[in-house]
Ligand binder design. Structure first.
Ligand SMILES: NC(=O)c1ccc[n+]([C@@H]2O[C@H](COP(=O)([O-])OP(=O)(O)OC[C@H]3O[C@@H](n4cnc5c(N)ncnc54)[C@H](OP(=O)(O)O)[C@@H]3O)[C@@H](O)[C@H]2O)c1
Length: 231
């Protein structure tokens, strides 16, 4: 399908649609109490015993009650997606899965699985940079300094960031870059007036390092921590 600056919505499997590029809105939650993430006497996080299928059923009830339009998931790996997709008496499939995705972490296998099941992949941290230091891996290469992305940017009179975003939308992935700078926000949306060739897309795919920026180390003992599996 042809995506343009004026028409850049992509259909979801439930009949709704979302823009292929969106404003990112996350900020630290302001919850009542002293501790947003309570810990035990050893400093380990205290977790809920999550039952993903029961949670999904509660979300289905929210949709039936007209409280939400569409249901999606985030950080789900293949096993967790299959758990929902194969759930007995499933009423609504997840329409999207929001995960980290950019040229250094291309999510090829998860993308293929999602596309086979009509689940839209939504890319967070699509520029490989995150401000949230608590969530990060110790090692991450600065994506926006990448030689190939910068040389393609030069060719198309775009920034490395715009090339990275365009790469994902050309793969059918929605992107949610976040910036507090109005000039940068505008710039991040100017990705509909150029197109990467098939060869250029293939070259960018080879940049994949399989190293995620956001790996949530404080959750690694959680029974549903998604990153112990390959994808
Ligand atoms: N599902 C999840 O668990 C999860 C996890 C992480 C993120 N997210 C979602 O994804 C959104 C985006 O996350 P994020 O990790 O990208 O946000 P972030 O932590 O705010 O990091 C984005 C960084 O990129 C910079 N930036 C943005 N555009 C740029 C450009 N064109 N050139 C250079 N620097 C640029 C921003 O700087 P300036 O502000 O200075 O421009 C900021 O430092 C979040 O708001 C949230 O909604 C979800």
């Amino acid at each position: 399908m042809e995506l343009t600056a004026a028409d850049h919505r992509i259909p979801l499997s439930d009949g709704n649609s979302i823009p292929i590029i969106g404003f990112a809105t996350y900020s630290h939650p302001n919850l009542p109490g002293d501790e947003i993430f309570p810990t035990d006497e050893n400093g380990n996080w205290i977790f809920h015993q999550t039952n993903l299928c029961a949670t999904w059923e509660a979300l289905e009830a929210c949709k039936d009650a007209g409280l939400v339009k569409s249901l999606g998931v985030s950080h789900f790996n293949r096993r967790q997606l299959e758990l929902i997709l194969n759930k007995p008496r499933l009423k609504y499939k997840p329409v999207c899965n929001q995960v980290e995705c950019h040229p250094y972490f291309t999510q090829r296998k998860l993308l293929e699985f999602c596309q086979q099941h009509d689940i839209l992949l939504v890319a967070f941290t699509p520029l490989g940079i995150s401000k949230d230091r608590d969530w990060l891996s110790t090692y991450s290469k600065p994506l926006l300094e990448d030689e190939l992305l910068n040389s393609l940017g030069k060719k198309y009179k775009k920034t490395a960031a715009q090339v990275a975003l365009r790469f994902n939308i050309q793969r059918g992935i929605a992107v949610i870059p976040k910036s507090f700078d109005p000039k940068i926000i505008k710039e991040n949306f100017q990705i509909f007036d150029f197109s990467l060739t098939t060869e250029e897309m293939k070259s960018i795919e080879t940049l994949n390092t399989d190293v995620r920026v956001v790996h949530l180390p404080m959750l690694s003992d959680h029974p549903e921590y998604p990153f112990h599996d390959e994808y």
